[in-house]
Design a protein around this ligand. Structure first.
Ligand code: UT7
Length: 319
């Protein structure tokens, strides 16, 4: 597998911590010191499909792969515009990628890692050559805006990568799930209600998170997953140029850096500007780091995601 190009898109409206403090009982000080977040992009007239297509087009233009050569579209999302059709099918239609097989993956904030692993597995069948993998979210619509403990944390955005079967950049991949811990971060779908079993009219559900539980899970699981991925790849931690982690909380990133014995400078971040954009956080970060020229041929980088499910994934890539 080889990453040919990346792209990203963020809604135009930027909401600062101070903006939120005018609307609810919170403060810039609380949000910054607990999480590192300063602003987030919030969709107004944008949709998940709209930003996903924008990110995909940017990645495509840079990849030089033609739409007719695209075999696979995998979108990681928990906030598609429709329950069905999938976001991946919507993106396929917008791109006119008629040959592609398209489907979504729901693995919360680990979604982009799961999409990458799935594309790699498809490539290994020998029947797929080019894939578009994405993480795209409009989490702002999944928030209870009267719950300050969650709504200040999340944002909206999309990141994409065009990947090809021709190459061997992916040195290792580690994935895991712990469904038993899943209720720590949840958003309920509709209840069963039909002619034969009726429930009282219910309201939409929103994101609920046991923050301290998810925090403990992250600081415990991510260093182990990264360690395992490095071992599988036979790469020493000091050889890694950059660690691109899911952007949930600066304190989690600092803790992982400490556990791995690595300087914080090796951990680029975008949570200050974007907040937590779930499946989109790793590909949006990858896109900006790559475009800033911080990744060169031969560099070893680690990508890692963790979140709802509970799920986690980590991989080592040699660019
Ligand atoms: O992307 C998926 C993965 N998600 C994560 O990794 C998130 C992991 N969890 C976290 O990052 C942290 O647990 C949070 C940032 C969510 C919360 O930080 P915390 O240090 O664990 O705070 P807490 O939940 O223990 O709350 C501490 C206090 C509470 O007040 P009391 O009970 O101590 O008086 C909250 O009511 O902070 C209060 N609080 C707030 N205050 C001002 C909660 N939210 C806010 C807020 N503004 N927005």
């Amino acid at each position: 597998m080889k990453i040919l190009a990346t792209g990203s898109a963020l809604p135009k409206k930027v909401v600062s911590n101070d903006d939120l403090a005018k609307m609810m009982d919170t403060s810039d000080e609380w949000i910054r010191t607990r999480t590192g977040i300063r602003t987030r992009h919030i969709a107004t007239d944008e949709t998940t499909t709209g930003i996903a297509v924008e990110a995909a087009k940017k990645a495509f233009q840079a990849s030089k792969v033609s739409i007719d050569e695209l075999d696979l579209i995998i979108c990681a999302t928990v906030s598609s515009d429709y329950i069905y059709p999938t976001l991946a099918c919507e993106v396929q239609a917008a791109l006119g990628a008629k040959r592609a097989t398209a489907f979504d993956i729901g693995a919360g904030c680990s979604g982009f890692l799961f999409a990458l692993a799935t594309a790699d597995a498809y490539f290994r069948t020998g029947r797929y050559k080019n894939a578009l993998i994405m993480g795209a979210e409009t989490l702002s619509k999944m928030m209870d805006w009267s719950d300050r403990s969650t709504c200040v944390l999340f944002g909206d955005g999309a990141g994409a990568a065009v990947v090809s079967a021709e190459g061997d950049q992916l040195l290792s991949m580690v994935q895991g799930s712990d469904g038993a811990g899943g209720m720590a971060l949840k958003c309920k779908n509709r209840s069963v209600s039909n002619l034969f079993h009726q429930v009282a009219a219910e309201h939409y559900s929103y994101t609920e998170m046991n923050g301290p539980e998810v925090y403990k899970f992250a600081v415990r699981t991510v260093p182990n997953a990264v360690g395992e991925a490095l071992e599988k790849a036979d790469v020493k931690v000091d050889e890694v140029k950059l660690f691109l982690l899911h952007q949930a909380n600066m304190r989690i990133i600092e803790s992982v850096a400490k556990r791995l014995g690595q300087p914080l400078e090796k951990f680029p971040t975008n949570l200050q500007e974007c907040g937590n954009i779930s499946a989109a956080s790793v590909p949006v970060l990858l896109d900006s780091v790559y475009k800033e020229g911080k990744i060169c041929k031969g560099d070893k980088i680690v990508l890692a995601g963790f979140g709802a499910g509970l799920t986690w994934g980590a991989c080592v890539i040699e660019w």
